[in-house]
Design a protein. Sequence first.
Length: 105
Amino acid sequence: MDSESGTEFLFSNVGAPFLIGAAVGFFAKKAIKLVLFFGGLAIAALFFMENQGITAVDDEGLKDTASIVAEKMKELGSLLTSRLDNITGKGVSAAVGFVAGFKMG
């Protein structure tokens, strides 16, 4: 195996999956932050409007909605990690890239 084909082998089996995993991890972290930001903003606005007598907030409905969102986020996380496992044979470099990207995000 010459040097060029060895480099190509490493990039296609280690480098590219790592970069894909890093991009997905970075995106996942930013998406979680955005969902939490806008969700918190909506909840704070609801609480403010309740305080002003504009609306009433049903605590059980709020808990149910939060549970649904948490379950959907968990499903998305499972989808992303299972898909990254398919990129390389064992999915190790993609998984490491995901963790690195998530930490950077």
